[in-house]
Design a protein around this ligand. Structure first.
Ligand code: VGL
Ligand code: ZN
Length: 214
């Protein structure tokens, strides 16, 4: 059984949002196009309390992009984003949500960030996504959303490490690109971990080919 994981397709990561990803809105139609090919769809939601320590504003004399240590881990500081209950934390307006079976909030502990949809950055606590997928009999996951170089990458790496066959839809993601080559680096890192990168077009063609053979 295959599941689609939609990573953090939220207003604050779209153009005009607090942590806008360039062309972040282009992943929304890709997400909507892929949904009919799945029996199980889940979404992760970056969902921080206002006092979250990944926000530069919660440290004195720090700017977004600066580095600090949180629980012994290197942490990039971000603008205030995806605050619980705020509009920026909402899913993209045009994203189809009616077939999303379950939403997994993450980054809810003020003291540690959570890029992956499965675990916080210290792998201290699970969100429940891994157990949920295993209970549903999922053996393969297709991952897409925002952002390639953070939450998509770490979600895909954890999925692979948990034993799921893992595919990332290249054009279904966009990167923050604090450095201009961060997208390419993230793709290379995922490939090196045994994750397959497919375009949405290639994915759809494969599904159609499968359907015609069965
Ligand atoms: C993300 C930075 C901070 C992401 C979330 O969804 O990739 N990036 N919080
Ligand atoms: Zn965040």
């Amino acid at each position: 059984m295959e599941a689609l994981i939609l990573v953090d397709i939220q207003r604050d990561f779209l153009p005009g949002g607090a942590l806008a990803v360039n062309d972040g809105d282009t992943v929304v139609p890709v997400a909507n196009t892929l949904q009919p090919y799945f029996d199980l769809i889940v979404a992760t939601q970056d969902y921080h309390p206002a006092d979250h320590l990944s926000f530069a504003a919660n440290h004195s004399e720090k700017q977004p992009g600066d580095l600090v240590q949180l629980k012994g881990l290197k942490q990039v500081l971000w603008p205030v984003h995806c605050v619980q209950g705020a509009t920026g934390a909402q899913f993209a307006d045009n994203l189809s949500m009616d077939r999303v079976a379950k939403i997994f909030p993450k980054g809810t502990d003020p003291e540690i960030d959570s890029y992956s949809g499965f675990f916080d950055n210290g792998h201290l606590k699970a969100t429940g996504l891994g157990d949920y997928l295993k209970e549903k009999g999922v053996d393969k996951v297709v991952v897409m959303g925002l952002a390639t170089d953070y939450c998509v990458k770490f979600t895909a790496l954890d999925a692979k490490q948990l034993g799921f066959t893992t595919v990332v839809i290249g054009d279904g993601t966009r990167a923050v690109n604090l450095q201009p080559d961060d997208f390419d680096k993230a793709i290379a890192e995922m490939k090196a971990a045994g994750i397959q990168i497919l375009s949405s077009e290639e994915f759809v063609a494969k599904q159609k080919e499968k359907a015609s053979r069965s």
